[in-house]
Design a protein around this ligand. Structure first.
Ligand code: AQP
Length: 334
């Protein structure tokens, strides 16, 4: 069946948005605005699966909204809103909790990573988070979901849930099977301190990431301190496989300079990493500092940000209610 193309994605308001969010997700959000209808959500209900201080959560919702706008999302083109303001997300999540299987959730690696060694103490919300994510997407019958590589497994689960719903309720093609849109050139930006871990908001050390709110000074300091390698840059990409931090810096530079990674490596081979770091810091400053300044400007008018969210919620709610009416009918709810 030919479904109208629609993109949906979300970002958790759990603190400073960083270069990983930007290169892995936000840049794609922006370019998709010219290709299809787009809905972008500040997923506050996902954020509370791990305890958030209420006042910080409130500020982070606005800061994430400001980051959406500062990176180029346009509220006249895309629907921008916060998840908790459209109650259809939680209603559909409950229905999908009854479709999804415990065995499927038990396979989710992100729960294992985030819950840590004492799973008994993790919130139930953290465990069933992927079902809420499926509800976010299916509520709008989204066909495309731009995400970083770390969300691939959750997207596969969303497809399984959509397929099972369509089978269980005998409504072939009711929910489209959402397609992940994951960057081929930079699907996962890694920590600047440990190239085996992804860059993350919740990592304790601020030196592990470039935040979208960082100044030129902070970017310079962080790149100078970033882990690299004591040997010069090699001429073969295969030799970088055992040097994840060095490969990460080269990959980020390749992405920012829009130059193929192999070409960057051949141009820089034999040079010290300090050479790459100078170029990388310049490229980052050029890309991130205007975003950082715009975020700060937008945050000085919080009522404007709240108005954008309210308008977005109203638009999202119209689509959600229409789809929910059909979903309730399929399930047999009166
Ligand atoms: N390091 C990354 N590289 C590429 N993409 C990334 N994304 C996150 N980190 C990277 C993508 O950004 C979008 C929004 O992610 P999120 O903030 O909602 O959740 P997350 O993946 O859990 O991000 P963090 O930074 O790791 O947050 P915390 O520390 O709070 O858990 C998603 O599309 C994600 O793939």
């Amino acid at each position: 069946m030919n479904q109208k193309k629609l993109a949906f994605s979300g970002v958790q308001p759990t603190g400073n948005l960083h270069l990983g969010n930007y290169l892995g997700a936000l840049k794609k959000f922006v370019s998709l605005q010219n290709e299809m209808d787009c809905i972008y959500c500040v997923v506050d209900l996902h954020a509370i699966t791990v305890f958030q201080k209420p006042s910080e959560l409130h500020d982070n919702v606005l800061e994430t909204t400001a980051s959406f706008l500062a990176t180029g999302l346009n509220p006249d083109k895309s629907i921008i809103f916060n998840q908790s303001s459209v109650s259809g997300h939680t209603e559909l999540a409950w229905i999908l909790n009854c479709v999804s299987r415990i065995g499927w959730l038990n396979r989710m690696t992100q729960f294992k990573d985030k819950a840590g060694s004492d799973k008994e103490k993790a919130s139930v919300g953290l465990y069933i988070y992927p079902n809420l994510m499926a509800a976010d997407i299916l509520l709008y019958k989204a066909t495309h979901v731009p995400v970083g590589d770390d969300q691939k497994q959750h997207l596969e689960l969303s497809r399984d849930i959509a397929q099972k719903f369509n089978n269980d309720f005998n409504c072939k093609d009711f929910f489209p099977l959402p397609e992940p849109l994951i960057s081929k050139s930079i699907s996962r930006v890694m920590s600047l301190r440990d190239g085996t871990k992804k860059m993350s908001k919740s990592e304790e050390s601020d030196y592990s990431r470039i935040n979208l709110k960082d100044s030129a000074d902070e970017i310079n300091k962080k790149i100078k301190k970033a882990k690299s390698d004591s040997e010069p840059i090699p001429d073969d990409i295969k030799l970088l496989e055992k040097k994840p931090e060095a490969l990460n810096l080269l990959t980020i530079y390749s992405e920012l300079s829009k130059t193929d990674l192999k070409k960057i490596i051949s141009e820089m081979s034999g040079k010290e990493y300090s050479f790459l770091k100078t170029k990388l810091a310049e490229a980052l400053i050029e890309e991130i500092v205007p975003v950082s300044e715009e975020i700060k400007k937008l945050l000085s008018d919080k009522s404007h940000l709240k108005r954008i969210l309210k308008k977005g919620s109203e638009k999202a709610n119209v689509i959600a209610e229409e789809n929910l009416k059909n979903i309730r009918e399929k399930v047999g709810l009166i």
